[in-house]
Design a protein around this ligand. Structure first.
Ligand SMILES: Cc1cc2nc3c(=O)[nH]c(=O)nc-3n(C[C@H](O)[C@H](O)[C@H](O)COP(=O)(O)OP(=O)(O)OC[C@H]3O[C@@H](n4cnc5c(N)ncnc54)[C@H](O)[C@@H]3O)c2cc1C
Length: 167
């Protein structure tokens, strides 16, 4: 599935896990791009999302399950010379992954997925009522391809690269 170096892998996990949101790109029923912000969970190369049972996104995914999901760190503005516009940069990192949405139908697996989503945001142990689990649509996306890029930091071969990388 994923062909990334160990360093890239660490960076990917850091960027994804630092996020509160992801941006999910879908092909809508008219064949047009449709991108929505969503909360997520991430474990073992799988992204977990949840939604209402119906809506534009569900209708679209039933026709075409392919998604492209983007994560981006909080950007910070940096510059080398305050007076020079062209020396200004946005420092940040992003990850793009692609895969197919599979809707999880098994009750216990849905609960596990909801726990993974909750663990992205808060510690604790949660219980879920049967109707609330039944009424939620759980999306499972096994990551098929992934890439990461960082912006506004020294070149990866530079000695300062690691020091300047923190987001
Ligand atoms: C911070 C944040 C976190 C969110 N987390 C989740 C989540 O975890 N799960 C979840 O299901 N939803 C989440 N949402 C809402 C999500 O972005 C969608 O609005 C929602 O999933 C409904 O999508 P739908 O395609 O079913 O919309 P429908 O209600 O079918 O959309 C009808 C039309 O409304 C418009 N529309 C829909 N959503 C948006 C939007 N976000 N912004 C502007 N216009 C819109 C579009 O033009 C769309 O064609 C979140 C939104 C925000 C801002």
């Amino acid at each position: 599935m994923m062909t990334v170096t160990v360093e890239e892998r660490a960076l990917i996990d850091e960027i994804i896990l630092k996020n509160q949101l992801c941006y999910v790109g879908i092909i809508d029923t008219a064949g047009m791009p449709y991108v929505i912000p969503m909360n997520f969970g991430y474990k073992d190369d799988i992204i977990y999302l949840h939604s209402a049972q119906e809506g534009n996104s569900i209708e679209s995914l039933e026709k075409n399950p392919n998604v492209c999901i983007t994560f981006c760190t909080e950007p910070t503005l940096t510059y080398q010379n305050k007076e020079m516009a062209c020396s200004y940069r946005m420092k940040g990192g992003s990850v793009i992954c692609r895969g197919k949405v599979v809707f999880e139908e098994n009750f216990d697996e849905k609960v596990k997925a909801l726990d993974i989503i909750m663990s992205q945001y808060t510690d604790g142990h949660f219980t879920y009522s049967a109707p609330s689990v039944n009424n939620v649509r759980v999306w499972k996306i096994e990551i098929e391809s992934i890439s990461t890029k960082v912006f506004g930091v020294p070149h990866p071969n530079s000695r300062n690269y690691k020091d300047k990388l923190e987001f």
